[in-house]
Write a protein of this length. Structure first.
Lengths: 299, 173
């Protein structure tokens, strides 16, 4: 092997020069990145090699777990009492809602039967806990303590007590990676509760959300609540997502409003979450010739 | 008492298994979930640069590529992101290897700092091109903390190569 900046005499020279090797390896890296980010070709390779790295990862996570458990253990009595009181209050609220929910659900089923609408797709859910932020500083992702072994699949929605926080993007045997709504590459199909106006909500960096593709003349005002529309075929419909905080009607020449939104859930702060998804796949979308495709629900 | 090329202290030859052990331990340290805590040094880049400077014939770009892939997968980053940065760091470190060891330890650290920064800038660049969000300037702090750790790291990684100080006068080596 020859050194950089040093030409070995021909009798000692072995293999390509350092510069040639650098160029070769860098181009392999770039090709891999394109294949991974743009086309997701390398997920099989990733799964394969993660079998090797998994024990090392588990070993590395042990000290972090220890610190976490220790801090839980040493939480003061007063904090626990306050939390307990808060939880009792929430339980009471929830119980009261639940009493009515049973009744309403039965009524809903009967009414749907009367007008012969399709049954609502049943949901399945897995409760999980957020372990830590994913170490990739370029994306807003968190790691859950549930994986394929507990029934988590890629594409499921993740909600906390107040609304949607993100979507499962990668699943490992006992862990799952969730892309938060505030990630720049995450989108979610939403509708306005007040009038059913549909749109797509994107993360816009720095923990903010932005609703795009709403026409300039559309009826949307600050304070409007946004829920999932279910049109993307991924998220169940009706989950609270965000509240409109600011609508800027652009001057002439702009086709779309610029709409900033506040997330309903504690996207960057919640710990206990629920992974929810459709128990069965939705029916296939109509073919392309008949109707234009549904709004993009990128994952 | 850091052996540089100027010091008269003679080191034992490096053990191959120790090089790999230190690299694997560095990968393990990199996997520790510190969340988004700033200024956590990139252990792998640091140890890799160390061995590329000390043993440029044993550790090079191929090793850097493999380690980069392991880190990419473990951290859930884009495949090839760390591999690219580490390959470039290994190339530059090998190129600097004959020069750096003539300097005292603190000035060696000043040589290593730009290497780590270049690696991080490459990663930021490729991720920004791919449409990710800029992580903020604190991201680059980890290079500085890495450079600060250069001196203790040199001491630690050379420990198995030191010889006893009390020497036999009749057999100086």
């Amino acid at each position: 092997m020859s050194l950089v900046g040093h030409q070995a005499p021909p009798i000692f020279r072995r293999g390509p020069t350092p510069l040639a090797r650098l160029i070769l390896l860098v181009s392999i890296c770039l090709a891999m990145m394109v294949a991974d980010i743009k086309f997701r070709y390398l997920d099989v390779l990733r799964q394969g090699i993660s079998v090797v790295t998994y024990p090392l990862q588990m070993a590395a996570a042990a000290p972090a777990d220890f610190v976490l458990n220790a801090s839980h253990y040493f939480a003061t009595l007063i904090e626990v009492q306050m939390e307990n009181a808060e939880l009792r209050r929430q339980l009471l609220d929830a119980a009261q809602l639940l009493l009515r929910f049973d009744h309403l659900q039965r009524e809903n089923e009967q009414l749907r039967g009367l007008v012969q609408m399709a049954e609502r797709v049943p949901l399945k859910s897995v409760s999980a806990e957020i372990l830590y932020n994913a170490p990739d500083p370029f994306a807003r992702k968190v790691i859950l303590n549930r994986g394929t072994q507990h029934g988590v699949e890629a594409g499921l929605a993740v909600v906390d007590a107040r609304g949607v926080i993100g979507q499962v993007t990668r699943v490992y045997p006992v862990q799952a990676e969730v892309t938060l709504l505030t990630d720049k590459n995450q989108a979610i199909a939403v509708e306005v509760v007040r009038n059913g106006l549909r749109g797509v909500l994107f993360g816009s960096g720095q923990g903010r959300l932005e609703m795009r593709f709403v026409l300039a003349g559309a009826d949307i005002v600050p304070g409007d609540e946004l829920v999932t529309s279910g049109l993307d075929g991924v998220f169940p419909s009706g989950l609270p997502v965000a509240t409109v905080s600011r609508v800027e009607r652009e001057s002439q020449g702009q086709a779309f409003n610029s709409i900033a939104c506040e997330p309903a859930a504690g996207i960057e702060s919640s710990i206990q979450v629920l992974v929810v998804g459709r128990a069965e796949l939705p029916p296939p979308p109509p073919s392309a010739q008949k109707a234009p495709a549904a709004p993009p629900g990128r994952s | 008492m850091q052996p540089t090329n100027r010091s008269s202290r003679i080191l034992l030859p490096v053990k191959f298994w120790f090089v790999w052990l230190s690299l694997i331990v560095a990968v393990g340290l990199r996997y520790i979930p510190t969340g988004l805590l700033p200024a956590v040094p990139d252990w792998v880049a640091l140890v890799l640069a160390f061995w590329c400077i000390r043993e440029p014939l044993k550790v090079g770009m191929g090793t850097a590529f493999l380690l980069g892939l392991l880190v990419d997968i473990g951290l859930g980053a884009a495949m090839g992101q760390h591999a690219l940065a580490y390959v470039v760091i290994a190339y530059l470190a090998t190129a600097l290897s004959r020069r750096v060891l003539w300097f005292p330890p603190l000035e060696q650290a000043l040589h290593v700092l730009p290497l780590l920064l270049i690696g991080q800038m490459l990663m930021v660049l490729v991720r920004l091109v791919a449409g990710a969000e800029f992580p903020g300037w604190w991201y680059f702090l980890s290079s500085f903390s890495g450079a600060v750790l250069w001196v203790p790291l040199t001491f630690l990684l050379l420990l198995p190569q030191y010889q006893p100080v009390e020497r036999d006068e009749h057999r100086p080596i």
